[in-house]
Ligand binder design. Sequence first.
Ligand SMILES: O=P(O)(O)OC[C@@H](O)[C@H]1O[C@@H](OP(=O)(O)O)[C@@H](O)[C@@H](O)[C@@H]1O
Ligand SMILES: [Mg+2]
Ligand SMILES: [Zn+2]
Length: 177
Amino acid sequence: MKLLILDRDGVINYDSDAYIKSVAEWMPLPGSIEAIAQLSKAGWTVAVATNQSGIARGYYDLTTLDAMHARLRELVAEQGGEVGLIVYCPHGPDEGCDCRKPKPGMLKTIAAHYNVTLANVWFVGDSLGDLEAAKAVDSQPVLVKTGKGEKTQGKTLPVGTLIFDDLAAIAAELIHN
Ligand SMILES: O=P(O)(O)OC[C@@H](O)[C@H]1O[C@@H](OP(=O)(O)O)[C@@H](O)[C@@H](O)[C@@H]1O
Ligand SMILES: [Mg+2]
Ligand SMILES: [Zn+2]
């Protein structure tokens, strides 16, 4: 199956150092909704793996988080596409969970859900933790320059990391090659 896994904040929607705390603050990056819809219509399953420590920090609740993801699904559906499994880590950095990136727990959950291996599956993120999570399970780390991506690009990246300007460029690459 053609599976693509995306980080959320900074890849699909604008990120903020103040966290994305409401549906109103959840704003798609230019071209991201269209990219997901085009990938979906081209036969790709687009899943999401997102750290949401704002839950543990008390900045927003699960109802609000679910509403953000309902909005994402609604916008992609309006373009004729659909979003696959969305997995999130609600924990804080000090809770020692297995799902918070750079740990690969969420990627493993997605692979198990679709009964596939993660080898060569592209995981697209804007943070070093996203790329490290990908590397930890032998999937393909892909950095986008949106969100925190340009800052991340200046760090030491996992060997083999692919770099694209944004999600639209990734969709063009995957659909047309
Ligand atoms: O990029 P994804 O994984 O979709 O989500 C990232 C968010 O959960 C937040 O993650 C926080 O990191 P800490 O969780 O505080 O280390 C900060 O980087 C925030 O700016 C950011 O909005
Ligand atoms: Mg991110
Ligand atoms: Zn977690």
